[in-house]
Design a protein around this ligand. Structure first.
Ligand code: SF4
Length: 385
């Protein structure tokens, strides 16, 4: 196969529920649960819909959305009806595309994160809201130590060390002071500035890339330095409940039911689901609680045979290698150079070049130049050790 025919196809949009994406195992239907929250009834309802209309397999995305896999085109309308009954469907394709909000999983009903996210959520439903590209999104985290710093977002509303709030474009070390009343409006103004200054030609583009090309922000977005933030949480017990880790972010309908039996769920962008009413660890098949497990440092996309762009399998390979990782070392196994599972760098990246062949990239991304090419799967342990 030529290098050109190996090049991944960049679609430039993310699937939704109303606009699903075809994959190798059927439609991928992404549910954008408001506030990243699923009541017990909603979670069990989604699990049932996944069994009835899909394959029972799901993924938790890096934007804290739940993706149902294996849905046939014939079943899609009935699945949408089921999601509508569960209050998990947006009123239109346009609203679904722009209502991309990730919240800290630590929000409480009525707190500042909740109130600002509610305003932003409502504002993004208006027809006049900036029609940003499907990948464009917002992160809202008003905790004293924000935890969403490594989560993909274009506009961030966060709290500074002195307690005040800031609205900051992603990729910029400064932001504008805001209050609870002005935060959502300032975020929308910034989104409109992004569009007006050519950030999304052909309805594609991200804030960080736009700034890197030299776009000059309005002056007020240089008022205050970004907060330092805190590290992301780990699987297991925490002050806020139990974080259940999901291997490579995948889960089955039975795992979702098991988690829902413990309480309402908070979807996180870190391949974990928080059950914050849970006060002690519980064994739920398909999840892990060990904060030290190397699985936390292993990333693998869907790969073959489920993704049509995959040149080889991924998760089986990653699982077979995970125990070889050095402390702190991370591993990314990608089915193609697109690198969906980890857009950033990994210590070790294996990028499939065929059903049984991988390029090895050290300290890089799946699209970077390989240190070694076309290693057979059986020889991988030798090169990784
Ligand atoms: S990185 Fe993986 S999931 Fe993404 S397009 Fe390539 S094979 Fe598919």
């Amino acid at each position: 196969m030529s290098a050109a025919s190996n090049a991944p196809i960049v679609k430039g949009w993310c699937p939704g529920a109303l606009r699903p994406m075809m994959s190798g195992d059927g439609l991928v239907v992404r549910i954008r649960a408001p506030f990243g929250y699923l009541s017990q009834e909603q979670a069990i309802g989604v699990a049932d819909l996944s069994d009835r209309y899909g394959s029972g397999q799901m993924d938790l995305s890096a934007r804290a959305n739940l993706q149902l896999r294996g849905v046939s085109e014939g079943n899609h309308p009935d699945l949408l009806s089921g999601l509508r009954e569960l209050n998990l469907l947006d009123p239109s394709l346009e609203v679904e595309a722009r209502r991309n909000i990730v919240m800290t999983p630590y929000w409480e009903i009525g707190d500042e994160t909740f109130r600002i996210a509610t305003r932003l959520n409502d504002a993004l439903q208006a027809e006049t809201a900036p029609q940003t590209p499907g990948k464009f999104g917002y992160a809202v985290d008003c905790s004293m130590a924000p935890v969403l710093g490594d989560c993909s977002a274009d506009i961030r509303i966060e709290r500074c060390e002195d307690g005040r709030l800031i609205c900051r474009p992603d990729g910029h070390a400064f932001g504008a002071w805001v209050t609870e009343n002005s935060a959502a409006q300032t975020a929308l103004e910034l989104a409109q500035w992004f569009l007006d200054t050519g950030g999304a030609p052909e309805n594609r583009g991200r804030m960080r890339a736009h700034l890197a090309k030299g776009a000059v922000l309005p002056e007020k977005f240089s008022e205050v330095p970004a907060p330092l933030g805190a590290a992301r949480p780990c699987p297991g017990m925490s002050e806020k409940g139990v974080f259940f880790g999901l291997e490579f972010g995948a889960l089955t309908s039975n795992t979702l039911r098991g988690l829902a039996s413990l309480g309402p769920l908070r979807l996180t962008p870190w391949r974990m689901i928080l059950v914050n009413s849970c006060t002690k660890p519980a064994e739920i098949p398909g999840t892990y609680l060990d904060p030290e497990t190397p699985l936390q440092r292993a990333f693998a996309c869907t790969g073959a045979p489920h993704c049509p762009q995959a040149l080889g399998p991924t998760r089986l390979v990653a699982r077979s290698l995970v125990s070889m990782l050095e402390p702190g070392q991370n591993l990314h196994v990608s089915g193609c150079a697109k690198g969906c599972a980890l857009p950033g760098k990994a210590d070790l990246t294996l990028c499939a070049t065929g059903p049984d062949r991988f390029d090895l990239i050290r300290n890089g991304r799946a699209s970077d130049t390989a240190a070694m090419e076309n290693i057979s799967a059986s020889a991988l342990p030798k090169y990784l050790s």
